[in-house]
Design a protein around this ligand. Sequence first.
Ligand code: DAT
Ligand code: MG
Length: 132
Amino acid sequence: MEKTYIMLKPDAIKRRLVGNIINRIENKGYNITKMKMFNLNEEILKEHYSHLVDKPFFPELVDFMMSGPVIGMIVEGDDVVVGMRNLMGPTKWIEATPGTIRGDFANNTTENLIHGSDSVENAIIEIKRFFG
Ligand code: DAT
Ligand code: MG
């Protein structure tokens, strides 16, 4: 069964959207097989967002991701990597259509509620990074 790494960002927790988002994942038929709440640090964020370290918004992204706890989870299902990206909606909130998590709840590109691995290859790396 395919696996992906999902992370509910600090805004999802602050806005009390955790239950709503988990409902969507479960309603889709995916299984959450591991889950933990924890705090990120700058070192792990530089690794996790290594493709973005040179972007002007990187400091803002790090501050936001460290502004409160996150919930990391492993989600399993057929084609779950693409399936979860579809449930999440695209990165830019303005492009995310209603019905998606970002489309329904995000109004800011940085604070977009949820992370999901963008490929099967990265899912394996991210699961190892956050669950060992
Ligand atoms: P995604 O989270 O959809 O995989 P990404 O990996 O390109 O997108 O970027 C990681 C996070 O960085 C994204 O969820 C929010 C933030 N981000 C990306 N592009 C941004 C931008 N142009 N301005 C502000 N924040 C941005
Ligand atoms: Mg990404």
